[in-house]
Every structure is written in C-alpha cells, then in structure tokens.
Design a protein around this ligand. Sequence first.
Ligand SMILES: Nc1ncnc2c1ncn2[C@@H]1O[C@H](COP(=O)(O)OP(=O)(O)OP(=O)(O)O)[C@@H](O)[C@H]1O
Ligand SMILES: [Mg+2]
Length: 505
Amino acid sequence: MSAIPMVEMVKVTKRFPGVVANDNVSLTIDAGQIHGLLGENGAGKSTLMSILTGLYRPDEGDIYIKGKKVDMLSPKDAVTQGIGMVHQHFKLVKSFTVAENVILGMKDMGVLYDKTKIQAQVERFCTQYGMCIDPAAKVWQLTVGEQQRVEIIKALFRGAEILILDEPTAVLTPQEAKDLYKTLRLMAGQGKAIIVISHKLSEVLEGTDMISVLRGGKPAGSTKTELASEQELTRWMVGRNVTTHMDRAANEPGEVVLELDKVSCLNNRGQLAVQQASIRIRAGEILGIAGVAGNGQTELAEVVAGLRSIESGTKHVGGVDHTFSGSRDMIRAGVSYVPEDRLGTGLVPGLNAVDNYILKSYAQKGWLINWQQAREETQDVISSYDIKMANLFNPVKMMSGGNLQKLLLAREINADPRLLVVVYPMRGLDVGAMAAVRKLLLAEREAGKAILLISEELDELFALSDCIAVLHRGEIMGVVHPRTVTVEEVGMMMAGKRMLEQHAV
Ligand SMILES: Nc1ncnc2c1ncn2[C@@H]1O[C@H](COP(=O)(O)OP(=O)(O)OP(=O)(O)O)[C@@H](O)[C@H]1O
Ligand SMILES: [Mg+2]
C-alpha cells in the first residue's frame, strides 16, 4: 500500500545568523508510523520540527501535508493542519490549572468556559491514552513528567494528527518512558504520525518504525528501524565510533563536606517529600542518589542548595551549621547547583550566555563587573566545553537543549565549588556530550570536590558513584557501595526494600 505520506519536508534550509541550522533536509513521515529523529546536540532537530510547527519559516524548501503543499505562517496554521508539538522546554503557564492550560489560546473557548465540561474531557483523554492527571491541579505542583502529559493532552485536544515530541523521555523514568511509547503506539495505530526526537538509541531502536539522522544540520541517513544498528546510527550522528568506557581513579576521600542529619522537608503540595534523610559526602567523593523520579530527590537537592526549607533535622557544610541558610548563603558556602529545570531555575532564558555565565557572581561581587573579563571567561568556557552556539550575545533560549545543559554545568563547575549538586545531568545530552560530562564529574571528584549526583540511570550511577543512597517515598532505603551491590538489589531498594547501612561513617 503506497499511501500519500502524512508529512513531506523537501529540501528545507534554515539559517540563523552565523549558523545553517538545517541544510537541504528532506524528511518523509507516513501515517501510522513512529519516526525517530536523531542527531548530536545542535544538529538541527528542534529547528526542523519548529519549522514543521510554524514557529520558524524555512529560508528554502517546501512542506507537504497529506500531499498538499502548505505554507505555514504561524503555529496556528500548523494546528489547523493537525500538527501538534511537545517542546523540549514546556510552554505551560505554571500558575494555571491543567484544564486551563489545555484550553489556553483556543479561540472558540472564549474567556468564559464550562470548567466541568473541560475537566471531564481532559479526564476522558487521560483514560483513553492511559495518561491520567488531575485536571484541577495547578501546573506548578506537577512533576516534570506530569507536565509533559499536559502538553501531550493539549496537543490531542487540538486534534493533532501529527504529533511531534522533542526529547520526551529525557525527563521520564524508564517505566514512564515505556508507558509513553505504549501511548504513542496506540496513537499510531489510529493512523496518527508521530515524530520523536531522542538521544537514547536503545529506546529509538525499540520504539520506532523509521529513523532519520541529522548531522551538523545536514541529513546523514534514514532507515527502517528493523534494519538499523546502534553502531551505524552513532556513526551517522557523530561521524565516528564513540567510546563510553570511563576509568575511575582510586582516591582517598577527605573531610566531610556535606552532612545531612535526619532531614525532613515538604514538597510543593505541602506533603512530606523527604523523611529523616541522613547522608554525608566527603571531599573527593561522589554520592549518587538513586530512585524513581518523584521520590524526593529533587526536594533533597533543593534542601542542600538552600532553595527549600528544612522542617526538621540539620544540615552542615564544612562543619558549619547551614540548616537555615538560603540559596545565597549556600553559594557563599561553596555549593554549586545544577537543577532539573535548566531554563527556569538554572539559566535566565532571555539573557545571553555572558550574562548567564556571570549571573551568580552578581550575588557574590555585587554590580562591579569587568565585562571584558566576563566575555573572555565565557568564551574560554565555551571553547573548552565545546559548547555550540551561534553568538555569545544571543539569548540562551536560542541555544540547543544539550548545549544549554553544558553551559550551565560549565558555570557551576567553574565557580570552583566544594560541593557540586547535579540533578539529572545527562538529560538531553548526545552520546559524545554525555561522555564529556562523565569525564568532567570524575575530574571534579579527583580535584577533591564533593559531588551529590541525582540520576535515574543506574548505569550512570554505578559508573560514577563512590556510594549510592537509594530514595523511596522520601526515605533512604540504604547507602550502598556500587562495587558490592548488584543493579537488581538497588532496583529492589528503589521499590521500597530496606538495606542495612553499609556506608562507613
Ligand atoms: N532562534 C535561534 N537563533 C539563532 N540560532 C539558533 C536558534 N535556534 C537554534 N539555533 C542554532 O541552530 C543550531 C541547531 O539548533 P537545534 O536547537 O535545532 O539543535 P538540536 O538538534 O535540537 O540540539 P539538541 O539535541 O541539543 O536539542 C544550533 O547551532 C543552535 O544554536
Ligand atoms: Mg533540540
């Protein structure tokens, strides 16, 4: 059966000042198909999809939807064509409810709308696709994974037949990711066309029907998934094979840098998020926190960074009591923080790279800034961390997701902290960048920094951590040594099985 393709992008080129983000790219997506889009950070994936959703106009090239040439002048035109997109950085209004966000901007809904009716419809969508969520909940109270569901429901609500998801699983737990692909498969079964951008090769190989790869803005290959291999895809993306193996040097940990003693805190909904957690990290040590997302890890990191208050228990950094210290004091105490939410808490989207880079030093040095030096430092960091961006003075929201991540990490590491708190640092990074970040963290460890590493990837935790603390419903199930415990045992602890404390105190 050779039906007309749902989407055809033909020889699309998009230039930004200083960079050709898409260079003569053609892409065909069929109805009923899940199509994976791969490529390194900055390869042009998000740009290509933003063109398809009417956010950008291509400089050259044509777009056909169901065989008909379309000229998309705005995102509204794309919605009319049945195209919906879930962006890498969500575009929800945090103070609104789920239901309000779902109907936001829909013309025929008007200002006054029947709340109960909408809530009922949202609920129906949730059950139909197995993505349940409380329509009355405020978005700021939701986890990142839940916010994503809102975005998907929002697109479906507008009648999307072509659904584009930009790195949807980067923010999901392995189980949530599996569920998402089940949902997508259901949608494909109904004749929708799905495009998924991802850096996770195994998931793309498992969950898609076709795969296309971009490299440096140019098409690097396209294949049926069943004919693809991880090696070949990597070569298409990077142009060479990538080694991910990493040696961890043996080093003697030094004095205790962070000590939490029976710390409890609340989440945004006012419920207990962390209960009586005790951890300590010494200089030159990486403490990994394992756990299914939403079990208190984000709140724990915020407590350490001084962004969330402690209900009971104590926090010491370098032997000094910081139980009641706020974020500014924690920065002064030498704590760097790479949050989960990069463009909200981490970086200021509308400011440029230099401003973002020196943002933290405003707090420390006041407004006496040597701009020449700031520019040079930022430029140095950009070259040494291989951060790709068109221009230092563009707002950072124009940077690709992976490069944003690298900029934030670079800033926090270059602040020369004694304690580095990193939350899901590998999210959204391509294979090469991931290897680079691993190397960076290990180098910081060797330089005697204490590192609190939060991750849901057990492989990553096992490869990097000196000790792993496992969180389940806000409680630490045990602190174990990755060399004496199996992945399965940690998995059981993540599900709530308690382990004897093995951590040498
Ligand atoms: N609005 C913009 N203005 C200027 N340059 C831009 C803009 N949007 C993207 N770029 C540049 O275009 C290139 C492609 O970026 P894009 O976001 O499409 O990459 P990506 O493949 O999605 O990367 P990632 O995996 O990191 O998300 C990058 O060099 C980026 O800096
Ligand atoms: Mg992107």
